[in-house]
Write a new protein. Structure first.
Length: 183
């Protein structure tokens, strides 16, 4: 009887321990629309995704992205370009058809992507010429402002010194007092 009680106590405890610690939690797989968002983080889609992922990504855009951003247009444009190319090749895309990226991903050879070319206006050229060359550099306008502040402090100090010198010169010279002598 005593063994049976011990077994009845230990069996549920062992079962609870196995269920709590013995089973590894299943890795939650990320939805494809979220993976597409992450891929789109640099402004272009570099990987292959099913058609439904593009549509779900547009549905999950935040209000601020819809109003102020161009993500919906960019994602729809990439989907449309890929679907048009598929149709030209004779394929009819379905919701699970994988859509390849519209632009080839950059090579992994360590090279940087080609720079974007656009005409710079006069003010852009001046800003690039006098602006900082890296994020660690101190901006030139800030240096000019600091120099101007130092000049103003120096002028204030010179004015204060000049006033004190003038005040000393303006004081009348006092004659030494003669002590009262008894006669």
């Amino acid at each position: 009887m005593r063994r049976l009680r011990t077994l009845l106590v230990l069996l549920p405890a062992a079962l609870a321990a196995v269920l709590a610690f013995g089973v590894a939690p299943a890795a939650a797989k990320q939805p494809c629309w979220r993976a597409l968002f992450i891929d789109y983080g640099d402004g272009r889609i570099d990987k292959t995704y099913p058609v439904h992922c593009y549509r779900e990504a547009v549905k999950h855009l935040g209000e601020d992205q819809e109003i102020y951003g161009s993500a919906a247009e960019d994602i729809n444009r990439a989907l449309l370009a890929a679907m048009t190319k598929m149709r030209k090749d004779g394929d009819e895309p379905g919701p699970n058809t994988s859509v390849p990226p519209s632009t080839p991903p950059p090579s992994s050879g360590g090279g940087s992507p080609p720079p974007a070319t656009h005409d710079e206006g006069f003010f852009d050229q001046v800003a690039h010429a006098i602006g900082p060359s890296s994020a660690d550099a101190v901006p030139l306008p800030l240096l000019i402002l600091a120099g101007l502040a130092m000049l103003l402090l120096a002028a204030a100090a010179a004015s204060l010194i000049a006033r004190r010198v003038q005040a000393r010169k303006a004081r009348p010279a006092t004659a030494p007092s003669t002590p009262n002598r008894p006669h």
